[in-house]
Design a protein around this ligand. Structure first.
Ligand code: NDP
Length: 399
């Protein structure tokens, strides 16, 4: 059916590539392009020989000209951006210049400010509309599936959703004293930032990790979780009618937080460059270099993740509550695609989003967040492609 250019060759990209190859009817040909070509070649070597034809290329995704040349050469219908958030705008520029659709899993963030918001990418709306191209933003799990869950809840069970709590639990154990499950720089920037949530149309800011709750997760049990700022809050607040409050919680162990506090207290999580032996270095980038590579956690991680959303609202004037979630097992993911569940739960939805676009289910000119599309075919695809979901109409609430 189509050709996809996959940019990035890290943990998430590896899952996207595996899943595209499993889905060769839709992904007839893919090109894996990244900064370090050897990583693309290693992925190709693992998967070559199947029905999906694989090419590889070296590209600096910060450079629009290089991207344009690569896209013109490979001629994909869609670019799946699973590099880093810093590359979102250059890749969108290159898509516009070459007439190709776009999908990513994380919103743009400038290198020098740890503040992620959609304004930079939403500013591309008119240009994508005029070019007749679709850009799908934030199509991983959270953001991504959490938006699809929300659209599904609204479509089938609610007239108005008043409260959304997004709960992201990872009960996986990799056996290291401290490691991050995805790109350490992006992960630490996210968790050391101030928390925030949306209440009555306004952002309420909290200190980092100020709000803690304990929740008894299905199939995982009780975990400490903390309120974080998260990018889907911004788009869901606009796209869910009648919304009064949206919060995002993520679980962290005591051990993770102790390490993080120490690293923060000694300045290792700073993104301000410092002079070291005559060279400028960014402490957080140095920290990334000494921490375990998230890709290496796959074979060591045991346990499960549970990510889902709890909704409260009304249907036909009556109160309704609904909880929809996915439970994913780290070891099973590793058996299937050689990655742990964090990369898996991000890579599978990215493949599904690209499939939705190639099949024409999610094709409309402009720049969209996932909750703006029909959730039904995506929900069906989640069950088929490895992220089955469960639902209950009697959830335990977060206070
Ligand atoms: P990794 O660090 O493992 O991989 C990033 C890849 O991008 C690497 O292969 C890297 O190349 C490549 N890259 C970085 N800069 C450039 C550049 N300038 N040009 C070309 N390639 C580049 O990250 P992950 O796979 O863990 O994460 C990928 C994305 O997924 C991130 O944006 C992350 O925020 C997002 N994510 C989204 C989630 C969701 O649920 N929505 C959850 C988890 C992650 P090199 O190998 O040379 O370093």
């Amino acid at each position: 059916m189509g050709r996809a250019l996959i940019i990035g060759a890290g943990g998430v990209a590896s899952v996207v590539v595996h899943k595209c190859c499993q889905n060769s009817e839709v992904f007839e040909e893919i090109c894996i392009a990244s900064r370090t070509k050897s990583k693309c070649d290693a992925l190709k070597a693992k998967l070559d020989g199947g029905k999906t034809k694989i090419q590889t290329a070296q590209v600096d995704a910060d450079n629009v000209e290089e991207l344009v040349a690569l896209i013109n050469e490979f001629k994909p219908e869609i670019v799946i951006n699973v590099a880093l958030p810093y590359q979102d705008l250059t890749i969108m520029d290159a898509c516009l210049e070459t007439g190709v659709h776009y999908l990513d899993t994380a919103n743009y963030e400038p290198l020098d400010t740890a503040k992620f918001e959609y304004k930079w990418q939403w500013a591309y709306r008119e240009r994508f509309e005029k070019a007749g191209l679709t850009a799908i933003l934030g199509c991983g799990f959270d953001p991504g599936v959490t938006g699809v869950f929300s659209a599904y809840a609204l479509k089938h069970y609610f007239d108005e959703i008043h409260y959304i709590d997004i709960l992201d639990a990872n009960a996986g154990d990799h056996g290291y004293p401290f490691a991050t499950n995805f790109n350490p720089e992006i992960n630490i920037r996210e968790v050391t930032a101030k928390g925030s949530y949306i209440q009555n149309g306004k952002w309420v800011e909290t200190e980092p990790m100020e709000i803690k709750r304990v929740y008894d997760f299905p199939e995982i049990g009780e975990k400490d979780m903390y309120l974080l700022h998260h990018e889907e809050l911004e788009s869901l607040a606009l796209n869910m009618p009648g919304i009064k409050r949206i919060r995002f919680f993520m679980t962290f162990s005591e051990r993770y937080l102790t390490h993080l506090n120490v690293l923060q207290n000694v300045g290792m999580t700073s993104i301000e460059p410092i002079e070291f032996e005559g060279k400028q270095i960014v402490p957080l980038q140095f920290l990334k270099a000494v921490l375990p590579d998230p890709a290496s956690l796959g074979p060591r991680t045991k346990g499960k993740t549970n990510i889902g959303c709890i909704y409260q609202g009304v249907k036909d004037g009556k109160p309704v509550s609904y909880y929809v979630y996915n439970v994913c097992d780290h070891e099973e993911c590793y058996k299937e695609v050689g990655s742990q569940a964090i990369s898996y739960t991000t890579g599978v939805p990215a493949m599904i989003g690209a499939m939705m676009l190639l099949k024409g289910e999610w094709k409309k000119p402009g720049v969209y967040n996932v909750e703006e599309f029909n959730p039904d075919p995506f929900m069906e695809a989640l069950n088929k492609w490895g992220l089955p979901w469960k639902e209950t109409f009697a959830p335990k609430f977060v206070d």
